[in-house]
Design a protein around this ligand. Structure first.
Ligand code: NAP
Length: 525
């Protein structure tokens, strides 16, 4: 069922010389299938095909795109247990996680299908002419959102389904009217090929142009870099490390025609534990956070890697309980030996810094590729002076910063890099009395949480998944929810354009019956 080849539109191709295999971290062995990396010629052919497909795809109606997205969902479900099996073999993640991630992917596809079927997302805005306006007449102006062109998607290692081949970036880009070229993640190339086969089938069944979707294999950074530099690629979606995201962002900006790179990268997701909350509910929060830090072996971009409080006996008690509870959690398998290698390296680099105390360290023997959790503490002063302590340790790891007082706590928050999320654990009156803390945190994050955990990203319109750099390269956009479609479009205005030549969304008669802003009033039919 899996060929190991690239999908150049609906054609399977393996012209290149470089081959690789995926790895099963549970059995600590290579999987059998041999994948062939896309050659330069295949990359060229893929981009040209996507560019040709764009000429047709950009004109396809919302209803047809909706059919396409819903059919992708059906075809993925039809892959059934085989997809789940490959997913677990290539990621070490368990079957329950596979089912829930597939559910999330299907939900996202259907959510975008509904959005484009209804059609108002294009933000049609009309200002009719005023021919007798003095001193000069006002022209007729009409604006909508228009797809950018072929988009390259780099899937995430930690979400082989929901943020990879047919994940959030791909479904949003296809919904917008942009052909997608996926640079398949080498850790789960088989899962990627299976999902690609479903997308290709759906494209054929619903009459989409060949090239609307392609999937290219790679075992290293070259394929991705060639794609990002290609003049006919018009935008990039990326989920992964700050290093990788930054290289691609810089490459895209060095092009003759720079293009946007929407990279969702590192975050330590600071949690502020206020003194009264620590006193009244410290034990409960310690229990909850032991679960959140180790969830999915800490391999979430929203993992709480930093807890900040004011040093006293109560905070000490919280640390003690957190340390006791976290070592009770059975370590789980991480995604790949490279990921666990990075985890071990980063964990020991941070833990060996001056002024760091290890409070919990799971030392029992574990099966190969399992991530052992660690909790460390540092004084506020130490944290402020050493930026190595600010970096993300991707895995089951968290650091508690013990500040001298509230003003140091504020200084720590103000010195944090941009973050996806920030959390405040506080009693209600405490929150009201410390608005400066809330306001400082608000400056650094994309989502601010009260009395909860940052792990768990709801897919809904009000979700913001993105934050100031380096959480993401453009904090004005989200990678999750319907508004993520805005990454793949640009506004275009039509001035004094004949009605019959306007897109349907802007025609006088509103044939699509969408909601529009006409002369500053929202009107829908
Ligand atoms: P990654 O190393 O950033 O790779 C992500 C994707 O980008 C891969 O397909 C990779 O291709 C490509 N890539 C990376 N660097 C590149 C470069 N310089 N030029 C062109 N392409 C490049 O991330 P990962 O493999 O998903 O995981 C590795 C580390 O990323 C983890 O240990 C973790 O620290 C971090 N991570 C963070 C998050 C988060 O949400 N914050 C999520 C996942 C991973 P190749 O693999 O083919 O080289």
């Amino acid at each position: 069922m899996i060929s190991g080849k690239n999908y150049i539109g609906n054609k399977l191709s393996s012209e290149g010389d470089i081959t690789f295999k995926t790895f099963n971290p549970l059995t600590n062995t290579e999987n059998e299938i041999i994948f062939t990396e896309a050659s330069d010629q295949e990359i060229e052919e893929t981009v040209e095909l996507a560019n040709e497909a764009f000429k047709k795809f950009k004109k396809i109606s919302g209803k047809k795109k909706s059919d396409f997205l819903n059919t992708i969902a059906e075809e993925i479900l039809a892959l059934d247990d085989l997809l789940l099996q490959i997913y677990t073999q290539e990621s070490g993640l368990n079957i329950d996680r596979a089912i829930s991630e597939r559910g999330r992917m299907i939900w996202q596809l259907r959510m975008f299908a509904d959005l484009v079927k209804e059609g108002s997302w294009v933000e049609a805005t009309i200002d009719t002419e005023i021919s007798d306006r003095k001193p000069i007449p006002k022209p007729d102006l009409r604006k909508i959102l228009f797809p950018l062109g072929p988009v390259v998607v780099f899937g995430a290692s930690n979400f082989p389904l929901a943020y990879s081949t047919a994940g959030g970036d791909t479904s949003a880009a296809l919904a917008a009217g942009c052909p997608v070229i996926v640079k398949s993640h080498p850790m789960h190339a088989g899962t990627g090929e299976m999902v690609s086969s479903a997308i290709i089938k759906a494209a054929e069944k619903t009459g989409m142009p060949n090239g609307v979707f392609s999937n290219l294999n790679s075992s290293g950074i070259k394929v991705g870099q060639v794609l990002v530099k290609h003049p006919n690629v018009k935008a990039v979606g990326f989920t992964g490390s700050v290093g990788g995201g930054r290289v691609l962002f810089d490459l895209a900006n060095q092009r003759v025609e720079p293009i946007p790179v929407f990279a969702e990268m590192g975050s330590v997701n600071p949690v502020i534990l206020m003194p009264k909350a620590a006193k009244q509910r410290g034990e409960e929060w310690a229990n909850t956070y032991a679960g959140s830090i180790t969830l999915g072996s800490g391999q979430f971009c929203t993992n709480p890697g930093l807890i900040i409080g004011i040093k006293d006996d109560v905070l000490e008690g919280f640390i003690q309980t957190l340390a006791e509870e976290i070592v009770k959690v059975e370590p789980s398998c991480m995604l790949h030996p490279d990921i666990i290698g990075n985890f071990e390296r980063n964990k020991s680099e941070v833990s060996s810094q001056k002024g760091v105390f290890i409070k919990a360290d799971y030392t029992n023997d574990v099966p190969k590729n399992h991530g052992r959790q660690v909790i460390i503490t540092v004084e506020g002063d130490t944290f402020l002076k050493n930026t190595t302590l600010h970096q993300e340790v991707f895995g089951p790891f968290s650091m508690v910063v013990q500040c001298e007082d509230k003003s140091q706590l504020l200084e720590v928050i103000n010195n944090l890099e941009g973050q996806l999320t920030g959390t405040i654990l506080a009693e209600k009156d405490e929150l009201n009395q410390n608005k400066d803390i809330f306001e400082a945190l608000q400056n650094r994050v994309g989502r601010i949480i009260y009395n909860g955990v940052p792990t768990g990203v709801e897919v809904c319109p009000s979700m913001q998944h993105g934050g100031p750099y380096p959480a993401s390269t453009d904090s004005r956009f989200t990678a999750v929810g319907i508004h993520s479609i805005k990454r793949w479009v640009r506004p275009i205005s039509f001035q004094n354009w004949p009605d019959e030549l306007l897109p349907d969304e802007l025609k006088n008669g509103n044939p699509l019956k969408i909601s529009r802003l006409i002369n500053n009033k929202i009107e829908s039919e």
